[in-house]
Design a protein around this ligand. Structure first.
Ligand code: AP5
Ligand code: MG
Length: 190
């Protein structure tokens, strides 16, 4: 089982590089942001709760998010492993993920941190906002997302360093070079 956490600030390329990792290793992809946007599109109660928070760049509460993740994990059958995109985002979520995987006799194989300077993140997300219209890709909300990332999510780098899983990747530049670095990092943890 190959379980990869793809990690980084909003716009760092988690979704983009996940597609390539999925293709190379045949993993299942769980993007918690995509799950929540799906619920919003369907107009469910969870979607309504999520929308209010996402539009303000805030995180969905840990308990709710952990429950959602567990149900997604339970739904997978005959999986070769999972790429976790956008989860965990807090220390509580990281502990819960480890416990969930350990219960299944597994663990996180590697945590891949995509590092991109903030000014570049802003440029990427504003561009995507103009092209695809994701509701949280506007300057005000992007700024809030970056603050939430710095305060609540960035501390997970040290958490995963202590767990021996952290891999640093320069997330600026050519997509192919970044992907090659990711593959090298994954292979180093096998
Ligand atoms: P989520 O959907 O996870 O959004 P995010 O973390 O803000 O990240 P993005 O999806 O915006 O960026 P990405 O890193 O995937 O980059 P991408 O590949 O798209 O979460 C959204 C919200 O949901 C959160 O704010 C929160 O409210 C809630 N939520 C989700 N998970 C949660 C959790 N676990 N707990 C609590 N709340 C949760 O790339 C971005 C752009 O850059 C694209 O246009 C792409 O084409 C471009 N790009 C990518 N790579 C490059 C490159 N190398 N050079 C130039 N451009 C590039
Ligand atoms: Mg994404």
């Amino acid at each position: 089982m190959l379980n990869i956490v793809i990690f980084g600030a909003p716009g760092s390329g988690k979704g983009t590089q996940s597609e390539r990792i999925v293709e190379k290793y045949g993993l299942d992809h769980i993007s918690t942001g995509d799950v929540l946007r799906g619920e919003i599109a369907k107009g469910t109660e969870l979607g309504n709760t999520a929308k209010a928070l996402i539009d303000h760049g805030q995180l969905i509460p840990d308990e709710l998010m952990i429950e959602i993740l567990a149900s997604k994990l339970d739904a997978l059958t005959e999986s070769k492993g999972v790429i976790f995109d956008g989860f965990p985002r807090t220390i509580a979520q990281a502990g819960a993920l480890k416990a969930m995987l350990n219960e299944r006799g597994q663990d996180v194989t590697a945590m891949i941190e995509l590092d991109v300077p903030e000014d570049e993140l802003m440029v990427r997300l504003l561009k995507r906002g103009q092209e695809s219209g994701r509701a949280d890709d506007n300057e005000e909300t992007i700024k809030k997302r970056l603050v939430v990332y710095a305060q609540q999510t960035a501390p997970l780098k040290d958490w995963y360093k202590n767990d021996g899983k952290h891999c640093y990747i320069n997330g600026s530049g050519e997509l192919d070079r970044i992907f090659a670095d990711i593959v090298e990092a994954i292979e180093s943890k096998l």
